[in-house]
Design a protein around this ligand. Structure first.
Ligand code: ZN
Length: 186
């Protein structure tokens, strides 16, 4: 594997955003990378170095159309993260702890606090309140929650506009993981 995989992936995504395109075919993407000096192309077999990375499943947003061996490779633009939510779960016995955590969050961080939800709502199977914050706040509030969550279950998820994935494969849990009702997001 090349040691600049991260730069390769970031370049593909930023070029897709810049050109306002949803996808790019692999051969064209390989030329982007060659032009940027990130991955030399093969003269005799254009696109081959990138196809090696695609076969190794190392390119963010990669897809095959149709989705099987022999399908045409392309790279899809991934939705940017516009912000994050922390969902703080509680029950009758832990509501007082949730109140302390809520007070501290309000005092220490730049966030938008949702209201108390004593009944399950949306995908959330248990009482909780939501804390919404910008990406810049992540490095402050998330490490703080790790230490100060008072044993409460906390779900952190990004907001990309694709709700199911944001609550599923892109979710981060602290404490006992709950089974979300993802059906309601579909
Ligand atoms: Zn949320």
């Amino acid at each position: 594997m090349p040691d600049n995989l991260r730069a390769i992936n970031e370049h593909l995504q930023s070029r897709l955003r810049q050109d306002n395109r949803e996808t790019v075919p692999a051969v064209e993407a390989a030329q982007w990378l060659a032009d940027a000096g990130l991955l030399p192309n093969s003269r005799s077999r254009p696109g081959l170095p990138l196809r090696r990375l695609l076969r190794a499943n190392r390119i963010f947003g990669q897809e095959q159309v149709p989705p099987r061996s022999g399908g045409r490779w392309l790279v899809r633009r991934l939705p940017p993260v516009t912000g994050y939510h922390a969902h703080i779960y509680y029950d009758e016995t832990s509501r007082a702890d949730a109140a302390v955590v809520r007070e501290e969050i309000a005092a220490y961080f730049s966030v938008r606090l949702g209201r108390w939800r004593d009944q399950p709502v949306g995908p959330h199977p248990q009482a909780m309140y939501q804390v919404a914050f910008a990406p810049e706040e992540f490095a402050k509030i998330v490490p703080w929650l790790m230490v100060h969550r008072r044993g409460l279950t906390v779900l952190i998820h990004p907001e990309t506009g694709e709700a199911v994935g944001d609550h599923d494969e892109r979710a981060l849990w602290m404490g006992r993981k709950l089974r979300l009702r993802l059906r309601v997001l579909r």
